[in-house]
Design a protein around this ligand. Structure first.
Ligand code: HAM
Length: 431
């Protein structure tokens, strides 16, 4: 026998009931985004490779070593499975001139692909909800995006996700800091690890983000970007903080928060938890005022963030409040000559009035079908045997309360079931 094929490492199937929890999460997320005025956008999963090199930065981990890139066999085009959504979103906004009539608040949700070493919370295909506000320059939108995250954690019943913020200033300010930082790191060249040595002249800011314990003291004492920020940058950062304070939202300034993508300036933020082990960042983003121009558009400010759905689902599993998997309202049990035809009629008549119906298939005794009905979680079973077929009736049997079954003509089925299912809710509500 040939071996069964397996999914690619780091790319996961999401099975029921987990997939149902994802759907409940997605529904809640849609309501949340709507309540802040964000509108959906859908971009392709595959984009021209140069888009990501230009947007994310040629000397980033993502572009250097994590992209799923390939050549289109038909036309030789260099293509990449999107590692993130911001570049695609900005490309789409420019391609369709969406900013012609003012700022836009957009969101997207879907799979992203990064060739990272898989571990808990880190996958090669993972899912993000991305949120982008384009055309808005003030600190108010940065603060609103941060506050909207806080509201989502609250809506989901998640606690213990903490906020870290930083300001990366403007490119000129970063350039002065960078020159001093390189000077400092050169003086300590022997203390740098291989990654550090490699990045010294290409991306020294990323050295500050090292996880290597041996380098912590060195990066701690390095020149801090915040000390290089000019008046406008500081004012913007203070503006964000003021609105967070007004809202009573606690935060920590983390001067070493630099992000792994090059398009950011001014505000950057991450929401982190210590409950997921090493992969504790559940949501991250910031301002990217230069990206639109960098991708060929007229200069326009922007900011956004993305949350990692797998990581949030793992947190929700442990402590959140998502509804249990939905059960059908009715399970249709049938046996004997002609019963399947009446079962189909009954099921469709019930769906006409909005019931969720599972019709038994695959035969079996009444007893074994009733076991299935019970396991389905349905409130009510519709029973159809030969006697019911002859009389054009069905029997109704409540599955969750001890009530004797009763019969109704097929013509009255929908009304009888609605009365029983929803009439009971009303009776309960009236009490
Ligand atoms: P990012 O920090 O690369 O930012 O990713 C955002 C979030 O996606 C992370 O905080 C994490 O929760 C999740 N994530 C990233 N990589 C993985 C992975 N390999 N496995 C599981 N989850 C992962 C961005 O992608 C930016 N586009 C965010 C943004 C939007 N900035 C502005 N607008």
């Amino acid at each position: 026998m040939s071996q069964t094929l397996q999914a690619i490492r780091g790319m996961n199937d999401i099975l029921p009931p987990e997939a149902e929890r994802w759907e409940a999460f997605e529904e809640l997320v849609r309501d949340w985004l709507f309540s802040y005025g964000y509108r959906p956008i859908r971009m392709p999963l595959v984009e021209p490779t140069p888009l990501f090199a230009r947007a994310i930065g040629a000397v980033t981990d993502i572009v250097e070593k994590e992209m799923y890139s390939f050549t289109d066999a038909l036309n030789g085009e260099a293509l990449t499975l999107r590692p993130e959504g911001t570049a695609s979103c900005v490309r789409a906004v420019l391609q369709h001139n969406l900013l012609y009539d003012g700022p836009k608040r957009l969101w997207y949700m879907g799979p992203m692909f990064r060739h990272e070493r898989p571990q808990k919370g880190r996958y090669r295909q993972f899912h993000q909800v991305g949120v982008e506000a384009l055309g808005l320059a003030g600190p108010d939108i940065d603060a609103e995006q941060i506050l909207m995250c806080a509201r989502l954690w609250d809506d989901l019943g998640l606690h213990g996700i903490t906020l870290e913020i930083n300001s990366l200033g403007q490119p000129e300010e970063r350039a002065r800091h960078r020159a001093d930082l390189i000077g400092y790191l050169e003086k300590h060249f022997d203390a740098l690890d291989d990654d550090g040595k490699r990045r010294l002249h290409t991306n020294p800011l990323r050295i500050l983000d090292t996880k290597n314990p041996a380098m912590q003291a060195l990066v701690e004492a390095a020149p801090k970007l915040i000390d290089y920020l000019g008046e406008d940058s500081l004012k913007h950062f203070e503006g964000v903080q003021q609105l967070l304070k007004d809202a009573g939202l606690p935060y920590r300034i983390n001067p070493r928060l630099v992000r792994g993508l090059d398009y950011y300036n001014l505000t950057v933020f991450e929401w982190v938890t210590d409950r997921l082990g090493a992969q504790g960042t559940v949501c991250a983003g910031g301002r990217y005022d230069g990206l639109i121009e960098q991708l060929g558009g007229k200069r326009a400010p922007a900011c956004g963030f993305a949350l990692g759905i797998e990581r949030l689902m793992a947190l929700l599993e442990a402590e959140g409040e998502l509804p249990a998997s939905p059960a059908p309202d009715v399970y249709v049990v049938h046996q004997g000559e002609g019963a399947v035809r009446l079962a189909f009629r009954a099921a469709e008549a019930l769906r006409d009035v909005g019931c969720a119906v599972l019709t038994h298939m695959g035969g079996g005794s009444f007893k074994s079908q009733m076991k299935r009905a019970d396991a389905s979680g349905a409130q009510l079973a519709v029973l159809i045997g030969e006697d019911e077929v002859q009389k054009n009736e069905v029997s109704l049997k409540p599955l969750r309360v001890a009530i004797e079954q009763w019969r109704v003509p097929i013509a009255n089925l929908a009304e009888a079931v609605s009365d029983w299912l929803y009439g009971r809710d009303e009776a309960v509500n009236e009490d």
